[in-house]
Design a protein. Structure first.
Length: 450
């Protein structure tokens, strides 16, 4: 029966609350609740600890040979699975906390006659416990002591990863489609829209168009694509006498020179010429080897945008590029990277060594060592036009070898698309010069297509 009394809802709040007596079962469940809160705290803290490790922290774990460090590195190497295992574990624990907390509250106090108070009481108590002890405090601690927390949780997380691996893989695979879709959409918008703007025949951006194009491509260039090839590296044997060292340095014109033992595959370090200036008066017995600085090695697939950041962080200007077998593949400098954005950088001490000659309209004579990136710029060809056939080649000579399938003879002609390559100079193992004729369009027309 309905009533018009505006205070009819008050019994829901003001009804008597009955308290029950404690019994051993409640203490058991309280113990379980405390253990679950501790588990939630450790799992929540591990999420912050592992995903806040700095590159220097990761390098530290790599250098260590302990079992815990190996487990930490395995977890770091699969971040999606790690995050999935942490979230799944934490959700299971939190659900258990909610159920047990509700059970304990019902066993301690009877709130059946005060439904509003009961609801508020349960929400406040459980939320307070979860947020304070299961999230806030452990994450604050893990942020300040990330390395210590990562070591502590290495074994538990490895066990949890094995337990929840099937569920994690299902979640990762189900979200990868959405992630790829949004990533592709983001890349298409940023890269394609910018490329379209650069291709507009606007005089307002003409001067900076090449720089902007370099920025668009910057993140997709590997170190091997712009490095100085191994055969062109000037280096010094560590056994060179001080009397012979100075003439070699002066003739080279370089300010930083690699130093090797026996062969270029064993780079010992870098000699900075500025370090020698204060020792020029030293006798011939001076051990210049003591001035060598540690070398910096990078893989051939290193992206130059990442390498630029590392150069800035480590305050170095040069790196040795290694091939897949650990041998010296080439050498890359800070100047090489910057030239991909701003174009060729020269100063009053640089001797101009052109790697090509223009013989006529769309006819060029290139050195075989010319990088394909430079070839695209010089000829105005579409960037990546040889991607389907170049294989692992980064130079024009390498492209010819891929197209020919063998070392070509002098005057051999190779055609691909509208490019005609005429090998004009070879030796026993090396393509030295190639004449290139581009048929069917001019450089200006091709630039509009890019």
């Amino acid at each position: 029966m309905e009533t018009d009394d505006p205070y009819s809802w008050m019994p829901l709040i003001s009804s008597n609350i009955t308290f029950h007596s404690f019994n051993p079962i409640i203490f058991v469940w309280l113990t379980v609740l405390i253990l679950l809160l501790i588990c939630s705290a450790f799992i929540s803290g591990s999420e912050v600890a592992y995903f806040s490790l700095s590159p220097s922290d990761i390098d530290r774990f790599k250098r260590e040979k302990s079992k815990k460090s190996n487990r930490i590195m395995k977890l770091i190497d699969m971040p999606e699975r790690l995050l999935g295992s942490i979230l799944i574990s934490n959700n299971f624990v939190n659900v258990g906390i909610v159920i047990i907390s509700n059970y304990i509250i019902n066993r301690i106090v009877d709130l059946s006659d005060a439904r509003v108070i009961g609801f508020i009481f349960r929400v406040v108590i459980i939320t307070f416990l979860l947020l304070l002890f299961g999230e806030i405090l452990p994450k604050i601690y893990a942020t300040q002591f990330a390395i210590k927390f990562a070591r502590l949780m290495a074994t538990p997380l490895t066990i949890l990863d094995k337990i929840f691996k099937p569920i994690s893989l299902v979640l990762i695979s189900s979200t990868s489609i959405i992630q790829k879709k949004f990533t592709r959409l983001k890349d298409d918008i940023s890269m394609d829209d910018l490329s379209e703007v650069l291709d507009l025949p606007s005089t307002e951006i003409t001067e900076d168009k090449e720089i902007l194009k370099g920025i668009v491509r910057f993140g997709n260039i590997d170190a091997k694509e712009i490095m100085k090839a191994r055969m062109d590296i000037f280096a010094i044997n560590i056994d060179t006498k001080f009397t012979d060292l100075l003439p070699e340095i002066i003739s080279s014109g370089y300010s930083r020179i690699p130093v090797y033992i026996e062969s270029l595959d064993n780079i010992k370090g870098m000699l900075y010429i500025k370090d020698l200036l204060s020792h020029m008066h030293k006798p011939n017995t001076f051990r210049w080897q003591s001035l060598i600085r540690p070398p910096y090695f990078v893989p051939e697939t290193k992206k130059i945008n990442d390498l630029l950041e590392e150069f800035q962080a480590k305050k170095i200007h040069m790196a040795i590029v290694l091939d897949e077998y650990g041998g010296t593949y080439g050498l890359i400098t800070l100047e090489d990277i910057l030239e991909e954005i701003v174009g060729e950088i020269t100063d009053e001490y640089d001797e101009e060594e052109p790697t090509y000659k223009k013989l006529g309209e769309n006819v060029f004579l290139f050195e075989g060592k010319t990088q394909l990136n430079d070839f695209y710029k010089i000829t105005g060809s579409k960037i990546g036009v040889f991607d389907k056939v170049k294989g692992e080649a980064d130079t024009l000579a390498g492209l010819i070898l891929e197209l020919k399938g063998e070392i070509p003879m002098k005057d051999d002609v190779i055609k691909y698309s509208n490019f005609v390559f005429n090998v004009t100079s070879v030796d026993n193992r090396r393509i030295k010069e190639i004449e290139v004729r581009i048929e069917g369009f001019s450089k200006t027309e091709n630039e509009k297509k890019q």
